[in-house]
Design a protein around this ligand. Structure first.
Ligand SMILES: [Zn+2]
Length: 139
């Protein structure tokens, strides 16, 4: 197996954004679509509102991290929070891919990087097969 990589530095919305790609040439017939893993400065994620026990005074929760299924309205609040985080990653991903690949559309997948769900990312059909892309928005 050998691989090829590229490195781009972009300016998006006044931020430096790096795009690193690595394509692995593997001798098999699998057709693995490109994957994109995006990181943004912590403060952008911290700016996304998080559920809090104060949002649910009637539930008298000891902790906002409840077991899924126990409090459906808390689950919904976490789902909203997670969608809002994905939106942040998606906006930067789309903008970066538009510049590098001419097309920004991507599909979020919790299992983009690993079947266990530990590395969520985006599946991108404009990215070459067998290529991983790391988009990094600088502080
Ligand atoms: Zn995993």
């Amino acid at each position: 197996m050998y691989s090829n990589s590229t490195y781009h530095t972009l300016a998006i919305a006044g931020r430096e954004v790096t795009v690193h790609t690595r394509t692995d040439y593997i001798d098999n017939r699998s057709r693995k679509k490109g994957r994109v893993f995006t990181s943004v400065p912590r403060e952008m994620l911290d700016a996304v509102p998080r559920p809090s026990v104060d949002d649910f005074p009637h539930l008298d929760l000891p902790d906002i991290h409840t077991r899924r299924g126990e409090y459906p309205e808390v689950d919904k609040a976490w789902d909203r929070h997670n969608r809002a985080l994905v939106k942040v990653w998606r906006e930067w991903t789309t903008a970066a891919l538009e510049q590098v690949f001419g097309e920004g559309k991507v599909h979020f997948s919790r299992k983009a990087g690993c079947a266990c769900g530990c590395s969520p990312g985006f599946i991108a059909s404009q990215v070459p097969w067998h290529t991983d892309v790391w988009v990094s928005v600088k502080e």
